[in-house]
Structures are given as C-alpha cells and as structure tokens.
Design a protein around this ligand. Sequence first.
Ligand SMILES: [Zn+2]
Length: 298
Amino acid sequence: MHQFGAVSVYLGHQSGKYPDGNQIVVRGTDRVVAFDTPLVSRTLPGVFDDVQAVLLGHVHEDHLAGLSALPPTELWVHEGDLEAARSWEGMTRHFGYAPEILREWRLRMEKEFFYQARPDAQAYAHGHVWSLGGGVRVRAHHLPGHTSGHCALLVESEGVAFIGDIDLSGFGPYYGDATSNLRQFRQSLQAVRELDARVWVTSHHRGVLTERKAFETALSAFTAKLDQRSEKLLHLLQDGPLTLAELVQRRLVYPVGFDAAFVNDAERRMIEQHLEELMQQQLVACLDPSTQLMARVA
Ligand SMILES: [Zn+2]
C-alpha cells in the first residue's frame, strides 16, 4: 500500500495488470471516496467500511468489478459514460460490438467482473470538485479518447493524479470501442502532461510514478505507440491495396492468435480511425468504399 497524505493506493495483482487494476481511497475529515473498484477491491477487508461514494474515472468492466460487493454507495461517473453505467443497453452502445459478441461478452463480464447495471449512477462534468473535508479536494479532469467520459481524478490537495487507462503500459492506448476516439486520445495525451501533480497513479501495470521525469518518459513512449501503429498500417499496405477486413485479419494492435470475442470489432474500430488520419494526411486513399479497399498514395 502507498500513502500520500489523505490518499491510499492499493495495488492490484502485478501492479494492477488487466484484468485487475489499482485501487485508490481518499480520506477527508468529512467524507471518504474510492476511485473505481477493480477486482482487488474485493480483497481489501475493512477498507470500504467508511467509503460513502465511488467516483469512476471511466466505465469499463474491470473498473466496476467491486461495486456489487459494496453496501449501497453513491456512484459518480462522467456524463459521457453515464448511460454505460446505468444500463446494459447503454453499455452496448458504449462498446458498439456486434450483437452476438456482446451477448458472449456480457456473460464474461458477469462471471469474471461481477457486472451489474447501476441505474442510480449520477453524472459529473469536467471541473467537478468533491470537497471531502480538512482541505482534501478531488477535481475531475476530462481526458476523453479511451472512452467518451474518461477522466483523470486529481486529488489537488495532495498532488496525486489518478490517470486511469492512460495507463502508460507497453500495450499502448486503447480506443477500440464505439465511444473511443483516437483524435481525442491524442489531445488527452497532451493535456495529461499539464496536470498539476507530483504523483501519478495508473489503473494498470505501471501503478505509481513519483518522479515527473519518469512519468514524462513513460508518457512519451505510450504516445509514440500511436504513430508506430500508423507506420505499421502503411507497412501492411506497401505490397498493394487491402480491404479493411484484410487489415483486421492481419492485426494492428493485438497479436495474431489472440482471439478474445471482441478483438475483431476493436481492431476494426482502431484501424478505421488510423485510416481516417492517414487519408487526411493524403498518405492512403480509399479505392472502393463498399469494401473499404485501401491503398497507399505513392
Ligand atoms: Zn478502460
């Protein structure tokens, strides 16, 4: 466990490597809040006894995993992800995968992440402040791209920034869902650098960073993945045009052979967004819109 003033950080398995995550609890003199509830939250007896509210940095199965184990607790989520928290129908629009994939994914979410819809979830917006007493303040900073409502939760009084799934992992950014957005993700990777923080906590794998230089180095490597992916797409197209379906089969982000149910849909969404960028840069062109046959521009 790491302690930074009012902030306690409980690392999940392998520093919160997916499917686990890292848990933050912030204790003011009047109120106690938790940031997300990853799987590890279910293994922390007593820690949630005085938690009155859970603030979600964004909505994805691995960040909701402890909610169903808690007593009735306020649940806050950014307005961009609100419907995904409130109902399964909202969640299906959030992911945007094919219906048969979503049916299978829901069963897995229920079994492995104890998923339940939360119709009582309430919305916050960019800039919302929770004052917890004793000068402890949390502010929401909207950093969309991973999801439309993805936020950093900044404990201003302690200089701790929970940056969620801007997770600085070797995998790189994920923007494979319907409400994900590559352009916004690029902007958020700029904005996260400007947060006034001394400690950065990611949801997965990296865990806790306490040196600005180490944070900036990790952030630069994470950001560079985006251009590396565009380069990889151009490379895939160097021997001739390929359809979007063929590009999905060849894989941009996941290794060939990694075949979770959602992977084709997530790959397609990510590849499409890179192709859009490359078309704007006039580096690729669409030869046939019906099959999305793509070619490099010589
Ligand atoms: Zn996520």
